[in-house]
Design a protein around this ligand. Sequence first.
Ligand code: B1M
Length: 210
Amino acid sequence: MVQSLEEAVKQGIRIAAVKCTQEAMSIDTPPQEILDALVRGMDDVGRRFKINEIFVPEMLIAARAMKESIAILEPVLVEAGIKPEFTALIGTVQGDLHDIGKNLVGMMWKGANFQVIDLGSNVPPAKFAEAVLAHKPDVVGLSALLTTTMPLMKDTVEAIREKVGDTVKIVIGGAPVTQDYADEIGADGYATDAASAVDLVRDLIGAQTG
Ligand code: B1M
């Protein structure tokens, strides 16, 4: 059953994913096993996205299948005391309204079983810093799509470091952003796309969620 579930997520077949989740639950499959199948499915989606075998629409469709399955599974996960081990905070920096890439990164992180707190777009540095203090995430993701808003990434990194120093990993991404820029502003990492953002964060925080 969990194999069919994994396949349904890989193919982005929402109805099949939901049905498989319900069936797996009805025969008392351990919730962790069901969750692992969902994560494996999304991992495969990320892998194929990175090699341009699939594109943004397919990834969105697979993420939706995963999301609906998780929604059904959630009460059982809660009951079993299974919760994501890692928390990620994400947002698009101040002045920037582009959120499609940021949303994709958030979805892939959720697919990797991180708890994701999404601050939205046009997020001022101080708001990021306050949210880091409040939620104590393992990682913060900053997205920017405009050359004019890239400098806000630097301000945001500084605002976060001022509050919590190096205790949180900060990763950045977005079309105009580069690894050199990440190094320049003292971010811990840069990812070119949403699937690579999963690998990057797993490496940085040593998460064995895959
Ligand atoms: Co805007 N826009 N836009 N826009 N827009 C661009 C970015 C632009 C390249 C178009 C162009 O001129 N060719 C250009 C930027 C030029 C520049 O700065 N170099 C531009 C401009 C100029 C503007 C306005 C200034 C236009 C104007 O009003 N004069 C304005 C600015 C508004 C603002 O933000 N303050 C504006 C507005 C808009 C819309 C609101 C209309 C809309 C955004 C809707 C929304 O997001 N809700 C929009 C759109 C859709 C685009 C384009 C067409 C598409 C962006 C997108 O969503 N791509 C874009 C041109 C283009 O890219 N073809 C453009 C798909 C998305 C999946 O890719 O976001 O790159 P992307 O995310 C990727 C990676 O970058 C990475 O992963 C994702 C894929 O896996 N990634 C991360 C992203 N964030 C990451 C974070 C990570 C890791 C990886 O770690 C945390």
